[in-house]
Design a binder for this molecule. Structure first.
Ligand code: NAP
Length: 285
């Protein structure tokens, strides 16, 4: 039987309800997140299958491809029927560099580009991809706030920020989500997650299964064996269990991995299993 998304729901800004287990669309692109994938049809089928399995929250960015991930989403599904979170603030070049670019003029340009590429009147969740050292953080945030006032975007998110930056942004505008690197092995941003819990903000842990490299760790394997599950499923189940505000967005270009990841939403860890995994971050790094 096909899995269904049983991750429970979260209300972005208290008003836009999404299933907590989402999908990350970065890996739909070609090698190194540059250009299209070899098989576009297959990439689109992964997105369609995700939605069929109950995923209604998909993360992307203008810089994935660049443009390719957003285009594939629009080609694959009715983007107005799901919640799409996209981002601006980084450039991707053909040398594989991610370059900061979050000045207000660029952000204002990109929102129009993403809106057109996604085929929506307003973007559900628009995220500052990363603070830009060459642009005052508050200027970038103010650009997002203005775009919300002007009706181009519905909700605002931040990515790759500290607690201080989150709190500074909150002085200007309501923040719906924060997206930082986080998984069962790398909990460097625990303080940011805790701040999100305090303020009722969604926390999107990117790299939630450490790009498929969570393996060979006895504590995770033991729990996986007990559930006849994969270690990746246990890593996702742990993220969902760890906090009510986590919104994991595992990415894959594989239908098989997609089904496996969605099925993780029905795994319930015992208190003992959860505690066993809480301790491994410090011992595995
Ligand atoms: N804000 C940021 O700066 C930032 C940075 C990075 C990522 N992100 C977002 O976060 C999302 C997820 O991050 P991520 O893709 O870097 O990391 P991830 O979800 O932890 O890992 C994805 C990788 O793991 C593999 N994988 C997926 N499911 C698997 C499974 N069940 N078993 C074995 N391997 C599996 C995938 O390969 P296959 O295709 O072979 O399955 C893919 O290469 C991205 O799509 C993007 O939307 C944001």
């Amino acid at each position: 039987m096909a899995p269904t998304n049983e991750s429970g729901t979260f209300d972005l800004d208290g008003e836009l309800t999404v299933n907590r287990l989402g999908f990350g669309a970065m890996r739909l692109c070609g090698e190194d997140i540059i250009g299209p994938p070899e098989d576009e049809q297959s990439a689109k089928e992964v997105v369609q299958q995700a939605v069929d399995l109950g995923v209604d929250f998909i993360d992307t960015a203008d810089s994935y491809g660049p443009g390719v991930s957003e285009r594939l989403l629009r080609d694959a599904v009715d983007t107005s029927e799901i919640t799409v979170a996209t981002k601006a603030g980084l450039l991707r070049n053909s040398d594989g560099e991610w370059l900061n670019h979050a000045d207000p003029d660029y952000i204002r340009n990109q929102v129009l580009v993403s809106r057109d590429r996604l085929g929506v009147d307003s973007i559900d969740l628009y995220q500052l991809h990363s603070p830009d050292p060459d642009t005052p953080f508050e200027d970038s945030v103010t650009a997002f706030a203005e775009l919300k006032d002007e009706g181009f975007i519905d909700h605002i998110g931040l990515s790759n920020v500290s607690v201080d930056q989150l709190e500074a942004a909150k002085e200007h505008v309501e923040i719906a989500t924060v997206q930082n690197q986080y998984n069962v092995l790398n909990r460097d941003h625990e303080d940011v997650l805790e701040a999100c819990e305090k303020y009722g903000i969604g926390f999107m842990p990117y790299f939630p299964i450490a790009a498929g490299s969570i393996s060979g760790i006895d504590a995770i394997q033991e729990v996986a064996d007990a559930h006849e599950a994969s270690v990746y499923q246990i890593a996702l189940a742990w993220l969902l269990e760890h906090s009510d505000v986590t919104l994991p967005i595992p990415g894959t270009a594989s239908l098989e991995h997609l089904k496996e990841n969605v099925a993780a939403s029905s795994i319930s860890l015992s208190n003992e299993e959860y505690s066993q995994l809480v301790g491994i971050a410090s011992t595995s790094q």
